[in-house]
Ligand binder design. Structure first.
Ligand code: GLP
Length: 256
């Protein structure tokens, strides 16, 4: 894990977006894994700006979103698809046929998860996966539990995760789905490169517990320590709980 700490959330988002733009330059046909959530908003704004400036051409890229709520179709305004469409897809030149999403309203959800895994494999695997982290250490919708799911699966959401998503549902907790489809921890770890972005003090504990050198299914993000190409991009607030010594070791000479 390589850590980069920036003074502000805006700078962290800019850094993440520039990694995506560099990946596109290096390999225009790159396959990206993409998150939803508040943290991703600033990154998608930056990507839209880079695209408008001619610095990010998505015409040959492919994307796979990490998760989707069960019961929600792409047309549903509360779906993660709608979130992505509003905040990224309609602002860039990614062809609709290159967008891959889990269908939360599929009749056979297990078959849907298998189809999604096959699509990732058929695309040649994910080159760069952008990732957020839940305050409880979840990645995608892989919640703290006794065990982790390796592959894409149907997941039950914890109350705190439903609360964290309540803004998407007009503040009505009862409207937030209790289940989602999500890439598994193995699906995530199969990506050739992972960039995790966390900003704000509410993430500082989760950031600390994913980098202690120990792995626990109770902290799903801790599995990222097994991957040899993970960049963790933080603002100062999210880095707040990291012991200075660990940060120095992990930062590889970055100014902070
Ligand atoms: C959500 C999503 C994750 C996201 C995380 C953080 O529930 N399923 O993919 O990374 O929680 O969200 P936020 O950036 O809003 O804190």
């Amino acid at each position: 894990m390589k850590f980069r700490v920036y003074d502000t959330a805006a700078e962290a988002a800019r850094a993440a977006a520039s990694i995506v733009a560099a990946q596109l330059k290096r390999k225009p046909t790159s396959v990206f894994g993409l998150p939803t959530g508040r943290t991703s908003l600033a990154i998608y704004d930056e990507l839209a700006t880079l695209h408008a400036d001619g610095a990010a051409n998505f015409s040959s890229a492919r994307t796979f979103n990490i998760d989707e709520f069960v019961g929600h179709s792409a047309k549903d305004r509360h779906s993660f698809f709608a979130f992505m469409d509003t905040h990224l897809f309609r602002r860039i030149n990614l062809p609709a046929a290159h967008i891959h999403f889990l269908k939360g309203d599929a009749r056979d959800l297990d078959a849907e998860c298998e189809r999604f895994e096959r699509e990732i494999a058929d695309a040649g695997g994910i080159d760069l996966l952008l990732l957020g982290i839940g305050g409880n250490g979840h990645i995608g919708f892989n919640e703290p539990s006794k065990t982790v799911h390796v592959r894409t699966h149907r997941a039950r959401l914890m109350l705190e995760t439903r609360r964290a998503n309540v803004a998407l549902f007009g503040g009505r907790l009862a409207a937030v789905p209790r289940e989602a489809l999500t890439m598994g921890v193995g699906t995530i770890l199969d990506a050739r490169a992972i960039v995790l972005v966390a900003t704000g003090r509410a993430k500082s504990r989760a950031v600390d517990s994913m980098s202690t050198g120990r792995i626990s299914a109770l902290k799903p993000a801790s599995f990222l320590q097994l991957h040899d190409n993970v960049e963790v991009i933080l603002d100062l607030a999210a880095a707040d709980k990291l012991p200075k010594r660990r940060l120095d070791v992990l930062a590889n000479g970055h100014p902070h």
